[in-house]
Design a protein around this ligand. Structure first.
Ligand SMILES: [Zn+2]
Ligand SMILES: [Zn+2]
Length: 119
């Protein structure tokens, strides 16, 4: 089990990596989108320059993917966010959803998995 401190309410919670939820925020905070948006805006307003997503994630706990979701929904304005893509698996800067290394790892896992199916 992995425990993290919620970056919003400071509560300790059990962190489970899920594709749809990898933010360092507890469940209650994640359920409250308005609260997360306010939390992000407070950070963005206080940090006008040189914002990259990795730093936003580190400071606010809001994952790259969830941030993108909020941006796509028009809930967060992106004037001062440098929108480089980060690997959704390891967080490395990449041009795709997954970096080359993780793509290779994934391919390997899938081929191993196929092998076990064929036996
Ligand atoms: Zn919380
Ligand atoms: Zn990666």
């Amino acid at each position: 089990m992995r425990f993290e401190t919620c970056k919003l309410c400071r509560k300790i919670f059990e962190f489970k990596y899920e594709y749809s939820n990898d933010s360092l925020l507890c469940r209650e905070c994640m359920m409250n989108e308005a609260k997360v948006v306010a939390h992000l805006e407070r950070f963005l307003n206080n940090n006008k320059s040189d914002l990259v997503r990795a730093r936003i994630y580190k400071k606010t706990g809001v994952s790259t993917r969830y941030l993108q979701h909020l941006i796509n929904d028009g809930k967060i304005k992106v004037d001062n966010i440098i929108l480089e893509s980060l690997c959704i698996n390891c967080g490395a800067v990449t041009t795709d959803q997954l970096c080359d290394k993780c793509k290779l790892d994934l391919k390997y896992e899938i081929s191993e998995w196929n092998k076990t199916l064929l036996i």
